[in-house]
Design a protein around this ligand. Structure first.
Ligand code: G3P
Ligand code: CA
Length: 591
């Protein structure tokens, strides 16, 4: 009897606790980056190859090409079945937008390699290639050993280099797995010192998934002694001045990166020379969509930290991955711009090779956006106000559009002309010619969107707010014509709206136009999910809703924060201190 009563009580308790656990927000282990505000992935640049093959760690050799390894497929030109190997090696020639890939060791069109396993780390020192091989096949032997291989013929053949870490060497855990090299420039140019650095997540299970707690160990060896096992030293913490200690004993090793709550999986680290930051990418929580897999991107001034968070987002919701599971992400140093801001992420999307162009936005660089132009001085949404915004140094102007009776895009805020002109009536009930007879203030007329775009060219960005119904398709059409006909870049435009369905329609018609959902004072709980659903570049928020935590949360979700409508200098200073990315105000010169 007692026992019968006990069970429902326990179930009730579990039922009460569960939603709390389920709703608990996953947070990253490290504070927000103070250097990098956020990172953006331009999904319309997604390029996919090699269906069936995954991982793709990259290195950049002195010959100017990139080398990579893949797992469980035929590599370039193969499929999941055709040419399938446990792991193979390929070469990538060319630039980010015109690259060519081919298999050089294993995979479609080439003989079966003499051994299998997995590799998540490849390194070019000059033109000599090195890679870490783990296990004999795609099975639990992955956790048995990691062994260094060398290629003296640019990846065509591979020989053991005499360094091997066996599981039985690691008394406290299963040891480390998925060893990967820290990447510098071409052929290892720009290296911080005379060492090679190897990151090695600690294995805590035999699962092919995130390992929790998630510790990433760091090992280094002098570059000239990479093939001498006794030359390897483990990172053993840093002193008060940040000077690292190195130990020959794994037992003294201290993780260089750790996320006890969310775990880590295969990890990559590349030094971004333009930014002067080490960029670490890894998976958290789970590799599976249904288990809330997260992509984490971190930056640090040294290979061992201190790390700060750039991105901590569900890679699937972000739109980066549309497969049910994913495994590996790394940035290409060859395809990173000199200033470090633009790069290319090479990763596994649908169990394949995928590249997508990315951009890092710096914290503290806040766009000056002229609200309806310089509407504090000129009549808003007129050519005079937009010219005034240019003069006041605006990076972007914001304007509102409606459709006229004759289906022309007109720049006016309200859906009637009553407040801003001497006339009366609905905008949608009047032709463009009729609307342009009215005085929009100071003798200015209501401009068409085309007239504004002609005036501004690419001298400043344009944030078009879709106010009236039926505006998404014509705005997409007009902006596309300006890109094609006037050579204005897609990223000159941002389209926002409180009506998110209009933005979804715009995305469907022309995904290259950046989108920004607008939100009012009451920010809905699911605003991040709404933004991700739209593939939004920024969220445009009411100043009342913006707090430090909110800005940090948006940033780690890969979303920029633009705030409207701010004219008070103290408020402007407060928002800049919070690290917002754009302020929309009537006086651009105050921003
Ligand atoms: O786009 C930001 C802001 O303009 C939204 O409000 O009423 O000024 O269009 P409103
Ligand atoms: Ca507006």
């Amino acid at each position: 009897m007692r026992e019968k009563q006990f069970m429902p009580v326990a179930l009730l308790a579990a039922w009460l606790i569960m939603p709390v656990v389920a709703l608990a927000q996953r947070v990253p282990a490290y504070p927000p980056s103070r250097q990098i505000g956020s990172v953006w992935f331009e999904m319309t640049t997604l390029d996919e190859l090699a269906p069936g093959s995954d991982n793709w760690p990259l290195t950049w050799a002195a010959d100017g090409h990139q080398y990579t390894s893949w797992g469980d497929g035929g590599g370039f030109g193969g499929t999941n079945v055709d040419g399938r190997v446990s792991f193979g090696v390929g070469r990538i020639e060319g630039g980010a937008r015109d690259y060519r890939c081919r298999n050089i060791w294993g995979g479609a069109g080439l003989p079966q390699p003499p051994f299998g396993g997995k590799s998540y780390g490849i390194l070019a020192l000059g033109d000599t290639l090195w890679l870490w091989r783990g296990g004999d096949a795609s099975d639990e032997t992955l956790y048995e050993f990691r062994e260094l291989y060398r290629s003296l013929d640019r990846g065509v053949s591979w020989q053991p280099a005499g360094v091997r870490f066996d599981r039985r060497e690691f008394s406290d855990t299963l040891g480390v797995f998925a060893l990967t090299f820290l990447q510098f420039g071409r052929g290892y140019e720009g290296a911080r010192d005379g060492y090679v650095y190897v990151y090695a997540p600690r294995a805590t299970s035999l699962e092919w998934d995130v390992h929790t707690p998630g510790d990433v160990m760091l090992i280094r060896a002098p570059r000239g002694e990479i093939d001498q096992k006794n030359a390897y030293r483990w990172f053993a913490g840093a002193d008060g001045a940040g000077v690292p200690r190195w130990s020959e004993h794994y037992n003294s090793a201290v993780p260089a990166f750790s996320d006890p709550a969310n775990g880590v999986m295969r990890t990559s680290v590349a030094f971004n020379a333009g930014l002067g930051r080490y960029i670490l990418s890894t998976l958290h929580v789970s590799r599976f969509r249904e288990h809330d897999g997260r992509l984490g991107i971190y930056d640090a001034p040294e290979p061992w930290g201190p790390w700060t968070t750039v991105l901590f987002a569900n890679a699937f919701e972000l739109g980066l991955v549309d497969f049910s599971k994913t495994v590996f992400f790394n940035f290409s140093n060859k395809w990173t711009s000199r200033d470090g801001r633009k790069s290319v992420l090479v990763y596994t999307n649908r169990d394949n090779w995928a590249t997508v162009e990315s951009e890092f936005y710096m914290r503290g660089e806040c766009l000056k956006v002229g609200h309806r132009g310089a509407s504090g001085i000129f009549a808003g949404n007129t050519l005079a106000a937009f010219a005034g915004a240019l003069e006041q140094g605006a990076d972007m102007v914001e304007l509102d559009v409606h459709l006229s009776l004759d289906s022309q895009l007109v720049v006016i805020h309200d859906n009637t002309v009553d407040r801003t002109t001497g006339g009366t009536g609905e905008v949608g009930a009047m032709t463009l010619a009729g609307l342009q007879k009215l005085d929009a203030g100071g003798g200015e007329k209501i401009p068409s969107l085309g007239e504004v775009l002609l005036l501004l060219g690419s001298r400043c960005g344009v944030n078009v707010e879709l106010k009236g119904p039926g505006t998404a398709a014509p705005v997409a059409g007009l902006l596309s014509r300006f890109v094609r006909g006037k050579g204005i870049p897609w990223d000159n435009f941002l389209v926002s709206s409180f009506d998110h369905a209009r933005l979804a329609e715009l995305k469907e018609i022309e995904p290259r136009i950046r989108r920004a959902p607008l939100f009012g004072e009451d920010l809905p709980e699911d605003f991040i999910a709404i933004a991700h659903g739209l593939g939004a570049w920024s969220v445009n928020l009411n100043k009342q809703s913006v707090t430090a935590d909110l800005v940090d949360r948006c940033h780690r979700e890969g979303l920029r924060v633009h705030v409207y409508t701010v004219n008070n200098p103290d408020e402007i200073a407060r928002l800049k201190e919070l690290g917002v990315d754009g302020i929309i105000g009537d006086y651009p010169d105050r921003l």
